[in-house]
Design a protein around this ligand. Sequence first.
Ligand SMILES: [Zn+2]
Ligand SMILES: [Zn+2]
Length: 267
Amino acid sequence: MNKQFILDYSYHNHTTRCGHAKGSDEEYIIQALKSGFRVYGVSDHIFLPGVKQPRIRGDYSLLDEYLTSINTLKTRYMSEIQIYTAFEAEFLPDFISYYKDLLASHKVDYLVLGQHGYVENLQFKFYGNRYWELAEMLKRYTDDLVAGINSGLFAFVAHPDFFLSFYPIFDHNAMEATARIIAAAQKNNMPLEINLGGVRRGMHDYFVSKRYDYPVREFWVEVAKTDIPVLIGCDAHHPAELSNIPLDQVETLLGDLELNLINRLTF
Ligand SMILES: [Zn+2]
Ligand SMILES: [Zn+2]
C-alpha cells in the first residue's frame, strides 16, 4: 500500500511555558531539523489576560518573551527551516479583540483553533469535566467550534474530533456534531488536523470500542466524503515527539480513506 501520510512540516507544537511540556525552544527546532522538517510552527496554548491556568497554559506576562524567543530562532535558522510564530487558541468571545490584535500587529503568523473548553467569569472550564451533561457539552463544543471556524481568525482546526475524547460513543448526537463541523469547514475551506497527540497516548476503552481519544475513524470517514483540506499536527510537547512520529498508526487507522491531504499553509 502506498503511504498517504508523509510529514516534513508541523504547524502545531508547544513550549514549556504551558507548564506541561519539556525542552527548550531551540531543542524543538534542532529536532525538527534532524527529522527533515522544512516548516515548523510554534503554537503554544494561548496566554489569556486575566485567566490563570497553571500547568494548562502560560501566564499572559510571558507574551513578549515568547514572541522574542521564537523570532530569534526564526532568524537564526532561516536558511534551514521556515519557523512560524503562532498560538493554539480556543474561540472565546471575550478575547476576540485580543486575537485580532495579535494577528493585525503581526505578532503571530496564525492562530490554530484548539477548542478544549470555554471561559466564564475569567474561569476556564473543560467540556469533558461535566460528564453528567455530556449531550449539552457536545452541543456547546460544536456551537463554539463552528463559531470559531466562521470567525475568520484561525488558519486550521486542531483535533476537530476532540469531542470524542469526552463524548464516548459515536451515536446520532456525535454524527450531528460531525456534520455541523464538516459543513462549517467546507463553507470556509478550513483545513482540519489529524492530531498525533491522541495517537501517542494510545488506545483506550470507550465502552463499545477500543480507540484513540482522537483521531476517531468515524469522523474522518465523513471528512473523506468532502474536499476539505486535511493536514497532520504533531502537537509536540517534547522535542522527542518530533522524531518517532506515529504515522504508521495513522496509516492503519485512516490510510484507506481518500482525504484531501495538504502539506503547506499560506498566511
Ligand atoms: Zn498541551
Ligand atoms: Zn496542542
